[in-house]
Design a binder for this molecule. Structure first.
Ligand code: 2AM
Ligand code: CA
Ligand code: CA
Ligand code: CA
Length: 266
C-alpha cells in the first residue's frame, strides 16, 4: 500500500504521540489529572500528546490551521487546510487502564475531509484513509460488514456521561435499538468505534453530543470502507451537529430509523 506524503506525515505524528501515550499508560497512576467539567477529565498525557501532534504537523505543513480538543482553534495563514485533532480519544478508559483509546487526526481541505488517521497505540492498530484511496488497518484493506438484517448485527453506541445531558433521549434510543439487534456495545472512544465499523467489527454505530475531533477521521474511514454515515436528521452535518449514525448502506438506513422511533409504552 503506497501512502501519500501527507498521510505519511500524519502517520509519523500519530506514532510519535502514540509512544508518548504508551509511556504514560504504563504509569497512569502518576499522571496529573484535572477536571474540565462534571465527568470530563484531562491529563498530562492528553496535553503531551497534543503538543507532539501540534509540533510535528506544523513542522511538516507550516500555516495549516488546527482544531484540537485541548487547545481549541488555532488560525493559520493557509485558509484551505485545517487539521482536526483529538490527541487522546477515550481519556476515561486511559485513566482506568482500559486499552481502548486512540489518537485521531483528520485533514480538511476546503471544508472536505481528505485524509484521516486513527491510532490505538495499546493494540498497535493503525487505521488510515485517504479520499478516493480506500481505508486500511495497518496494511489490510478495510470493508464495512455486509450483514443486512438488523437482527443479525452488533451495534456500537456512546453513553452520555455525567454533565452532558440527553440521558433520557439516549435511554429511548437504546431501548429501540436493543429491541431490534443482536447485541449492543460501548467502547468509550468514538474514533475507535468508527474505526471498528470501518473494519467490519461492528455493523453500525450511533452517538450524539460528539465534537468534530471525535469523528472527523472516523467519518472518512467509514466512507472509504464503503460505509454510509449521516447525522440524526439524515443530513451530513456530523462535524458541527455532533450526532452520527453509521453502517453499511442498508444498516445505516435501518439504524437511523430505529434510533429515532417515537417512544412506545411497553
Ligand atoms: P474524550 O475521551 O476525547 O473526551 C465516548 O462516548 C466519547 O465521548 C469519547 O470520544 C470521549 O472523548 C467523549 N467524551 C467523554 N467524556 C466526555 C465529556 N465529559 N465531554 C465531552 N466528551 C466526552
Ligand atoms: Ca476530553
Ligand atoms: Ca474525544
Ligand atoms: Ca480527547
Amino acid at each position: 500500500m503506497a501512502r501519500s506524503a501527507i498521510l505519511n506525515v500524519m502517520v509519523q505524528a500519530a506514532m510519535k504521540a502514540g509512544r508518548s501515550l504508551s509511556r504514560d499508560f504504563g504509569e497512569v497512576q502518576n499522571l496529573q489529572v484535572s477536571m474540565k467539567g462534571p465527568g470530563d477529565y484531562v491529563s498530562q498525557a492528553d496535553r503531551k500528546a497534543e503538543e507532539i501532534l501540534f509540533t510535528e504537523l506544523s513542522k511538516a505543513r507550516p500555516g495549516y490551521a488546527f482544531l484540537m480538543e485541548e487547545r481549541g482553534l488555532i488560525e493559520g495563514d493557509d485558509s484551505q487546510h485545517r487539521w482536526i485533532v483529538d490527541p487522546l480519544d477515550g481519556t476515561t478508559n486511559f485513566l482506568h487502564g482500559i486499552p481502548l483509546f486512540a489518537i485521531s487526526i483528520a485533514l480538511e481541505r476546503q471544508g472536505q475531509i481528505v485524509a484521516g488517521v486513527v491510532y490505538n497505540p495499546a493494540m498497535d492498530e493503525l487505521y488510515t484513509a485517504e479520499r478516493g484511496g480506500g481505508a486500511f488497518m495497518n496494511d489490510r484493506r478495510l470493508r464495512v460488514a455486509g450483514r443486512t438484517k438488523l437482527i443479525d448485527t452488533v451495534i456500537g453506541c456512546g453513553v452520555p456521561h455525567l454533565g452532558r445531558g440527553q440521558h433520557g433521549n439516549f435511554l429511548i434510543e437504546l431501548r429501540n435499538v436493543m429491541a431490534e439487534v443482536s447485541g449492543v456495545r460501548r467502547l468509550g472512544s468514538a474514533s475507535l468505534d468508527l474505526a471498528y465499523v470501518a473494519a467490519g467489527r461492528m455493523d453500525g454505530f450511533w452517538e450524539t453530543g460528539l465534537s468534530a475531533w471525535d469523528v472527523a477521521a472516523g467519518i472518512l474511514l467509514i466512507r472509504e470502507a464503503g460505509g454510509f454515515i449521516s447525522d440524526f436528521a439524515g443530513g451530513q452535518n456530523m462535524l458541527d451537529g455532533g450526532s452520527i449514525v453509521a453502517g453499511n448502506e442498508t444498516i445505516q438506513r435501518a439504524l437511523l430509523k430505529t434510533v429515532r422511533k417515537p417512544v412506545t409504552p411497553r
